[in-house]
Design a protein around this ligand. Structure first.
Ligand code: GLA
Length: 391
């Protein structure tokens, strides 16, 4: 599933008459801990082997020129007059990173950037974070600057929140930048401390795309985050010591039930119970208890579906089919929701048979051909760069 780095370097050389440097960032799948990140909660994602490649070289006319190999489209901006002006176009992501860097006091001089990627778009696998982080790595190198992982993740999130206009948390940018091959990452989205945990050899992570597209920047994701924010504001007001939902217990929430909407109550109940599940999943992983881990994934799916109301019938069908298959420990929706992918924990030897059965039954039931991938935890952009990556 490697994106063609050499090909992208060649395209760049032909288009911009000069050699560039290439940087890559992966996609991600979240094993457990959904919709917890923007309230300082816990998540457990891993990077997966899809990538966005950004190739960069200098130019001397003060312009930011982006070329998308995927769309075969070039777009150019004057860096000196760059404002916060998204256009609802793919270039918002790399351009937003230029803007975020400027907010950090890092000015970039003129550059040409070629971008190519194979991360499925709208599938909940973080195509946007992959694009932001690849662009950030390229732009930092162009500016001759190094920043710590936390700062890169924060500034890419800022791009998403303040430039693109999506209310997302920091999980995607953090794991896409900071993952390490062979490990899943448990991230505390409040402190940004993280642990890298091994995945037992006897299991595989299978990602299945329901083929129902979702958008984080518009619609329901934003609505859910508003409902959560309203509930969190009540808890903050009513219960001393609570700053974020992360600090609240189910008893705190129950005590405030009458002061918030039924929707806010349910959304907050999902988040509080999900944080507890991530803690338990960590413990299960550390003792190699894949059965318990899988059971927690199944509980987490029910919670996203019922309390968070962020699933859809197609994804629920994929999960129902998955949990009936021999060798499947757990299955759930992953990412922002309202479509996109499921993540499944499956016995290694049965992974291929699992994929076949899932595709067959989903097609028979709903008439949709699902894309399925058996994934291993991959390196994030920092680890790729440290190992010499594609530069
Ligand atoms: C999207 C957002 C993340 C996170 C997930 C849900 O992927 O970008 O910040 O909120 O949804 O867990």
């Amino acid at each position: 599933m490697k994106v063609d780095e050499v090909g992208t370097l060649r395209v760049h050389r032909q288009r911009f008459n000069g050699d560039g440097r290439a940087f890559a960032a992966p996609a991600r799948v979240n094993l457990i801990g959904e919709h917890t990140d923007y309230t300082g909660g816990l998540v457990m994602p891993m990077a997966i082997d899809f990538a966005t490649v950004a190739v960069i070289s200098s130019r001397d006319d003060g312009r930011a020129v982006f070329y998308s190999v995927n769309f075969d489209e070039e777009i150019s901006f004057d860096i000196a007059s760059l404002g916060r002006s998204p256009r609802g176009h793919w270039s918002d992501y790399p351009l937003g990173v230029v803007w975020s860097l400027a907010q950090e006091g890092i000015a970039v001089s003129g550059f040409s950037m070629s971008l190519a990627g194979n991360v499925p778009v709208g599938a909940g696998l973080s195509s946007s974070a992959s694009l932001e982080v690849a662009a950030a790595m390229a732009l930092l190198s162009h500016a001759g600057k190094e920043l710590p992982l936390q700062t890169v993740a924060k500034l890419c999130r800022r791009t998403e929140n303040e430039f693109v206009g999506a209310k997302s948390g920091i999980m995607d940018q953090f794991v896409v930048a900071g993952a390490v091959a062979g490990r899943v990452m448990m991230l505390d989205c409040r402190s940004l401390e993280f642990e890298l945990l091994p995945l037992p050899d006897e299991v595989r992570v299978v990602v299945c795309n329901s083929m129902v597209k979702h958008e984080v920047a518009t619609g329901e994701y934003g609505e859910r985050s508003d409902e959560v924010e309203a509930g969190q504001a009540v808890l903050r007001r009513e219960r001393p010591g609570i700053e974020l939902l992360r600090d609240a217990t189910l008893a705190d929430l129950e005590a405030c039930k009458d002061k918030m909407s039924a929707a806010s109550f349910a959304r907050c109940r999902h988040i509080i119970s999900e944080n507890a599940r991530v803690f338990e999943a960590r413990a299960a992983l550390l003792r190699g208890d894949v059965k318990r881990f899988g059971a927690l994934m199944i509980e987490a799916h029910a919670s996203v579906r019922d309390d968070f109301a962020a699933s859809c019938p197609e994804v629920d069908t994929l999960v129902e089919i998955a949990v009936r298959q021999p060798g499947c420990f757990g299955a759930r929706i992953t990412g922002g929701g309202f479509g996109g992918c499921t993540v499944n924990l499956v016995e290694a030897e049965r992974a291929e048979a699992f994929v076949e059965a899932l595709r067959r039954e989903y097609k028979a039931g709903l008439g949709i051909s699902a894309d399925c991938f058996v994934c291993a935890p991959s390196d994030g952009a920092f680890a790729m760069a440290a190992k010499g990556g594609v530069q």
